[in-house]
Design a protein around this ligand. Structure first.
Ligand SMILES: [Zn+2]
Length: 132
């Protein structure tokens, strides 16, 4: 238990090194819903690598972060994924896709049909869904 906590702390401090780069990339907005003026958290897009990797990180607000573990998704909040699903940052695009697929609303299914995915993004999404 104590060891797990130690590991968690270490991970956290390693991830925090990405903070500056992510802040710049996200331009102080949640990379999923574009909210500004909120505190942002690092979300590691699964499958989470053994060592923290910047390319697996998305910088997101608490509401978006909560959606990944929520049983009931906030469909209104996630409307903003309309925009982020086209992100040029693979981790952000995959994170948006994961939530849209989980949401399963009419509009999100329609959006999923419209969006063009590079094969490697599609593969990433499938891998992520297997582990989450
Ligand atoms: Zn957000």
């Amino acid at each position: 238990m104590a060891k797990g906590l130690e590991k968690h702390r270490q991970r956290h401090s390693e991830l925090s090194l990405f903070g500056k780069t992510l802040t710049r990339r996200a331009k102080h907005h949640c990379e999923l819903c574009q909210a500004s003026g909120v505190s942002l958290n690092i979300f590691e897009v699964p499958p989470v690598p053994n060592e923290p990797v910047l390319e697996h990180c998305a910088f997101v607000c608490q509401t978006c972060l909560d959606q990944f573990n929520a049983k009931q998704l906030d469909g209104n909040h996630l409307r903003a994924l309309n925009h982020s699903v086209w992100s040029e940052v693979p981790a952000v695009q995959v994170a948006a896709l994961l939530l849209l697929r989980k949401l399963g609303a009419d509009w999100s299914d329609e959006l999923l049909e419209q969006v063009y995915l590079q094969p490697e993004i599609e593969e990433w999404v499938h891998k992520a869904e297997k582990v989450s």
